[in-house]
Design a protein around this ligand. Sequence first.
Ligand code: CP
Ligand code: NVA
Length: 323
Amino acid sequence: MNKAAALTPDTLPAPVMAGRDFLSNLDMSPAELRAVLDTAHSMKRGEWRGVKPLAGLSIALVFEKASLRTRTTFDVGMYQLGGHAITLSNTEIGLGTRERVSDVARNLERWVDAVMGRVYLQQTLNELAQHATIPVINGLSDMLHPAQLLADYQTIEDEFGTDLRGRRVVYIGDGNNLANSHIHMAILTGAQVTIVTPVGYEPNAGVLMDAVKHGTDITLTHDLSAIAGADVLYTDVWISMGQEAEADIRRRAFRGYQVTPEMLDTLAPHGIFLHCLPAHYGEETVPEATEHPKSRVFDQAENRLHAQKALMYHVMGAMTPRW
Ligand code: CP
Ligand code: NVA
């Protein structure tokens, strides 16, 4: 077995996102994405064991809504890199209700070195970033989930290598935050992204314009036959956090768009199935699909840890503790 080459404080890569916000995948250039994913792979190989590049630094994890993976991986990731994470739920801080978003930003920047926010509205993150002098990381909004996509593409690279030009990534389901971030990843990686949704649930028009501006072709269709031969099939819940009132109407609209083992059998022979989780079994998928030999969903969940550590390193790794 190959022994991982251990890094030392002198051989760490240069942070490529030093002090910058990560509100969207497009906040990174393709070269910066490459550096972050290389770091995530290196962390997964165990090459960072014992290195504490974020010692003395802190991050606030702000949650307006629930989380298992995002909360755990940013917190444990920060610990493994030598830093400290504090989790703040919205019942504690009341973003925009107990206190103005701008005031929350101007307080947090006095104590911590970065903020990760999981919010309802992308606008809340934009406002935090506008008013805070410290970097703000998007941990999911109604519009985007860019940190998730880092782990997703790490998982895709685990399978197919780093040159993803022309790889067929098919997203099926709701044209939501995950679908939007997939479009951004097509721009950055050259993967050939198809979004399959029911009528009326297409991705965000502004995000589709981003693809047009970058000259990236995205296939939008309502036709399930687009899945055949895909290298990657990806799905997400039909009812995102905050959309519970629309549950019945959505369940009806998405009927037929469920990922089943039979659907996975139509992928390319080497094709894989991804889901950001949590899964709403009986809706967008079934347990037999997440347990299918083509499923990589639990490797994908593991990669949240490596990818989020790599992201925090590249954003915070050039900072000096202020105390
Ligand atoms: N995929 C994801 O973001 O999971 P959580 O909602 O549990 O953080
Ligand atoms: N689209 C889902 C993703 C959960 C990780 C949501 O926003 O609830």
